[in-house]
Design a protein around this ligand. Structure first.
Ligand code: F3S
Length: 401
């Protein structure tokens, strides 16, 4: 693997211990995946931020990197943490957990990382442009970056993403190469989709169909005339979860779709497939639901405004978490949306989400519009789920479901 003099200097430890460790990680990854060289990156998003996932070993490693002089060389933000960094006690997070989570955030801050914790960095100031090599870690954000923005990123692990931040480099393999961005299967969607929940169900239907065929092909999706940013982020989260896919093309919607012709290998997703994907994520009755959450992936300001509109003058009757990034929450404060939402008894869970927060055992059944959140609610927290349209979720929170 060819390394520039600057990269060799990092590897030799001439620029500090942390940079040396970081370059060792990247050089190893590059060798494993057959990269010829490193690429400069302009943006990094780091996962493995929740203390729930990191544990003491992860915290120790981050502290060592910070003490070893590690310093972000490029714009870097974080994936959601295990709690709202400011209002963790209102969400019932234990103080011992909060103390450890604060130490994790402090370690990143000492390295010059912007401690905005979000899986929608593209809505919070970490927004790359078309064609840019970047190093992002969260699967839904990776899929959004590759597919919707047209930036180029592999799905980095936590250490690989931190290493990219400290060196400003990533090895050139996988989604950085044109050949690996070619579509391999046409997915003809013959169904009407309107809500974010529909797009989540579509991601599940496509992901599971490809898995059942044993195909890891990048889908070329036809039959969808338009999709909003919110619908696309829901779809990205779902197809990454259920199909493990880092990218798709959507004819007439995503920027690289026009560079390709639809592959001859083709499958159809009909309305019945979509319906069955939705139904498969409903195994609780409205009465059983004791937890409601919107914001997987983190909400846009438009979605927060919609929630405020639906909650104005009402009271929630269930624990209702609204998960978003701190910059979007600041905008919601400024616009008065947050005041309306909080007056209803709903809670903002900023910097975190219903999957990475340590809430196992606290609830039994959850309503959400997110197919991805349903997957983890069941697999991580053993909650039963109700996948509903966005507005229906709010109605269920106020007892009008
Ligand atoms: Fe984001 Fe948490 Fe969902 S990280 S995509 S809100 S599982």
């Amino acid at each position: 693997m060819h390394l520039t003099p600057e990269e060799q200097s990092m590897l030799a430890g001439e620029q500090g211990k942390a940079d040396q460790k970081a370059m060792q990680i990247l050089e190893t990854l590059g060798r494993i995946y057959g990269a010829d060289r490193m690429l400069p990156v302009s943006s990094v998003q780091i996962s493995g931020v929740s203390y729930d996932n990191l544990g003491d070993a992860g915290l120790e490693w981050l502290s060592e990197m910070a003490e070893g002089g590690g310093r972000a060389r490029v714009l870097t933000t974080l994936n959601p943490a295990g709690m709202d960094i400011e209002n963790w006690d209102r969400l019932g997070i234990p103080p011992e957990f909060a103390e450890k989570q604060h130490r994790v955030i402090d370690a990143f801050a000492r390295m010059g990382v912007i401690t905005t914790c979000t899986c929608t960095p593209y809505l919070a100031g970490n927004t790359p442009s078309f064609g840019e090599p970047i190093a992002w870690a969260e699967s839904s954000a990776v899929c959004y970056a590759n597919s919707v923005i047209g930036a180029r990123t592999n799905r980095e692990g936590g250490p690989g993403a931190l290493a990219a931040s400290l060196t400003g480099r990533t090895p050139e393999y996988g989604m950085h190469l044109d050949d690996n961005r070619q579509p391999g299967m046409t997915i003809d969607v013959q169904a009407q989709l309107s809500d974010t929940a529909d797009f989540g169900a579509l991601g599940k239907a496509i992901g599971e169909r490809l898995e059942s065929l044993g195909r890891k092909a990048i889908p070329y999706i036809t039959g969808i005339d338009s999709a909003s940013m919110e619908q696309l982020k829901s779809f990205c989260a779902s197809i990454a979860t259920y199909g493990g896919l880092p990218m798709f093309h959507m004819q007439g919607v995503t920027p690289e779709a026009g560079d390709h012709t639809p592959p001859t290998d083709r499958i159809t997703i009909a309305a019945a497939d979509l319906d069955s994907a939705r139904q498969s994520l409903i195994d609780a009755s409205p009465d059983e639901v004791d937890f409601v959450s919107l914001g997987c992936p983190h909400l846009s300001i438009d979605e927060v405004a919609r929630i405020a509109d639906l909650l104005r003058g009402k009271r929630v009757v269930k624990e209702f978490w609204i998960t978003t990034s701190r910059p979007v929450k600041a905008l919601a404060d400024q616009m008065g949306y947050a005041a309306i939402i909080e007056a209803s008894g709903a809670k903002f869970a900023v910097d975190t989400c219903c999957v990475v927060a340590p809430i196992r055992g606290r609830f039994h059944a959850m309503s959400t519009d997110s197919a991805k959140a349903c997957y983890y609610a069941y697999s991580k927290n053993k909650f039963r789920t109700r996948l509903l349209d966005f507005d229906q979720v709010v109605r269920e929170a106020v007892g009008e479901g």
